[in-house]
Design a protein around this ligand. Sequence first.
Ligand code: IMP
Ligand code: MG
Length: 181
Amino acid sequence: MMTDNIKRVLISEEEISAKVCELADKINTEFADKNPIVISILKGAFIFMSDLTKKIKIPMTIDFMAVSSYGSGVKSTGEVNIIKDINQDISGKHIIIVEDILDSGHTLNCVINILKKRNPASIVLYTLLDKPERRVVDIKADYACFTVPDEFVVGYGLDYGEYYRNLPYIGVLKPEVYGGR
Ligand code: IMP
Ligand code: MG
């Protein structure tokens, strides 16, 4: 069973759902006349993106980027490659970046720097999870749904070796599954 490798449930489905609603309300208020482009980073943010955008009531569009920094392991290398770029001009537009987890910060720092060069009107970073103890790059989320301890977490889009993304909650992976860290 997939769940045999989960040490404990860190954030339940209900807790996630309540926070996602709160964040959607914030977007509904703050971006009411801004027609934002909501950009999510594949693949980890796909469930968060889906649940969040279903609760957004204002006009908005979506786009996706895919970047690689991890392979199938647990450590960030600092190198970020764009595997899939967005395919539209974002100059003068309001950008909401939706991410699964802010860990070392390498990925988001890189993505934000790339997008800033394209002259958007504004960029905010909304992340489901923030793991501040692991930060290497000086970057802060404009909103984090949950702050998590320095443990490897999976579920609700987050993977280990591409597995566990389909768990409906955020769980802590047993360290023996990935050989500790
Ligand atoms: P960063 O560049 O170190 O901030 O890493 C960001 C990416 O690493 C995230 O988008 C995740 O895909 C992955 N990641 C970081 N920490 C975890 C974790 O605890 N579980 C699963 N994936 C993680
Ligand atoms: Mg990953």
